[in-house]
Ligand binder design. Structure first.
Ligand code: 5GP
Length: 193
């Protein structure tokens, strides 16, 4: 990719309030633009193709891998693939904006290993797995089996938190918004004098 812009990676388990924080950032900073990933999972009620994700078939996803259309991808859950589209990053950087990725820990590591310099990584965690379970149950969009999968995954992912530039505990949403806002503000404007 010729023109290299900035990337912010926001990583967190489902139910940690990450989407709320991501939306807060997008509303606060005009220079941020969300990179919409491709996924093979089915849309949840209320989700819209092209807004939360591009929902694609397994065949389409395989084709995207073959044709090098993905910047990174992971099988986040069994048989559920998620990937960052090259075309999204190019669009965002062409607009002179900073790309916001909502991707898992392994995807985040891959991006860093690529040697990109302009990358900020933030890990958002809930104070405990119990809090996470309550949020996931309260959301009511997932089956018990899916909730179990997500909790198991959250426990595994926590191991990777130490590799991130910042780790934010989202116990108090108002505070978490402020903290994440300060970190992002500093990163976005750090090279403008
Ligand atoms: P959900 O199904 O709850 O929307 O997302 C499940 C997980 O997949 C989350 O941890 C989310 O950050 C991750 N994810 C979403 N898009 C991507 C992507 O493009 N690449 C990677 N590696 N992970 C993603």
């Amino acid at each position: 990719m010729s023109l290299q812009g900035k990337i912010i990676i926001l990583t967190a388990p489902s139910g940690s309030g990450k989407t709320t924080l991501a939306n807060h950032l997008l509303q606060t900073f005009d220079r941020l633009s969300f990179s919409v990933s491709a996924t093979t999972r089915k849309p949840r009620p209320g989700e819209i193709h092209g807004r939360e994700y591009y929902y694609v078939s397994q065949d389409d996803f395989r084709r995207m891998i073959r044709e090098d259309e993905l910047f990174e991808y992971q099988e986040v859950y069994d048989n559920q693939y998620y990937g960052t589209l090259m075309s999204e990053i190019q669009r965002i950087w062409r607009e002179g904006k900073v790309a916001l990725f909502d991707i898992d820990v392994k995807g985040a590591q891959l991006v860093e290993q690529r040697g990109y310099k302009n990358v900020l990584t933030i890990y958002v965690k809930a104070s405990s797995l119990e809090v996470l379970r309550k949020r996931l149950t309260g959301r009511g969009t997932e089956s018990e089996e899916a909730i179990q999968k997500r909790l198991h995954r959250a426990a595994e992912e926590l191991e990777y938190a130490k590799y991130f530039d910042y780790v934010i505990t989202n116990d108090n949403l108002a505070l978490a918004k402020k903290v994440v806002g300060l970190i992002v503000d500093d990163f976005i404007y750090s090279d403008i004098f």
